[in-house]
Ligand binder design. Structure first.
Ligand code: ZN
Length: 272
């Protein structure tokens, strides 16, 4: 029914965020002929440096980290066959309360309207039918994830273009299963430390997308970001177990002009 290919836009905070929560959908929809656009808002300078060094430690050079992570992002996009990569280039703000929150060019302290204008320009250029980002807590409270949520919702409002908007989430049942498997293979799984519980009860999730056939590409995308400790943690699962555990990606639909009933198993339900 559409004259142009369907288009998916995923808006993420850092180089590597595209891999875990949306690697499967990016790979699957590209394989189905959908145009995929990844927008990465920050340069990832507060990530791990060479040899696992943390920001502020000797040997952690932000400029080097930015270059390394940009190359990793390019490799990840190749693995997922992302059609267009757009980087907004804001400085990674670090975790909540870090001095980097207020550093010049930090994403967190950039006015929402200014960054949303830039994203709105990309939305007008690519005209995505579906946009995916995080919930208002940025899934786990990272300032750059919260800011990515805010600018995305503002840009969607401003342009009115996407027919459907989704927030990434993880079913609570999957967390339990994940913890179990980690214990079985002897990998220490960090216990929740008084944080609000992550993810959603299964019955609040509107959209379950089977990406099992794309586990290899998703694993390859994550492996492209092997400089970051939290990714090494996932890579320890090995490709087969990783695919088994991460074979379904889940979302909450927060905007819809199609009337497609929920629960649904396709981000483009109602648009094909
Ligand atoms: Zn991130």
């Amino acid at each position: 029914m559409a004259e142009r290919p369907l288009t998916l836009m995923a808006v993420h905070a850092h180089p590597d965020d595209e891999a875990t929560s949306t690697g499967g959908i990016l790979a699957r929809y590209a394989a189905e002929g959908v145009t995929t656009v990844l927008v990465t808002c920050t340069d990832g300078r507060c990530g791990d440096g060479l040899g696992g060094t943390k920001p502020g430690e000797p040997g952690h050079d932000p400029g080097t980290v930015v270059t390394m992570r940009q190359a990793e992002l390019t490799a990840s996009c190749a693995a997922l066959k992302v059609t267009h990569l757009e980087t907004l280039g804001y400085a990674d703000s670090g975790m909540m309360g870090w001095p980097a929150n207020d550093a010049p060019g930090a994403f967190w302290t950039t006015p929402v309207a200014a960054a949303a204008d830039r994203l709105a320009e990309l939305i007008r250029r690519y005209r995505p039918d579906v946009v995916v980002t995080y919930d208002e807590n940025g899934f786990y409270g990272h300032p750059d994830h919260i800011q990515a949520h805010r600018i995305t919702m503002a840009a969607v409002e401003q342009t009115g273009i996407p027919a459907k908007v989704y927030w990434t989430t993880v079913p609570r049942s999957a967390f339990r299963q994940f913890g179990q498997v980690m214990k079985e293979i002897g990998v220490e799984f960090p216990e929740p430390d008084g944080q609000p519980e992550l993810g959603l009860p299964d019955d609040e999730i509107t959209t379950w997308v089977d990406v099992g056939a794309y586990g290899g590409q998703k694993f390859e995308s994550l492996a492209a970001h092997a400089s970051q400790a939290e990714n090494i943690f996932f890579l320890q699962l090995g490709e087969e177990r990783f695919t088994e555990l991460m074979g379904v990606e889940t979302f909450v639909r927060v905007r819809d002009t199609t009337g497609a009933p929920v629960p649904e198993d396709d981000l483009f339900a109602g648009l094909r």
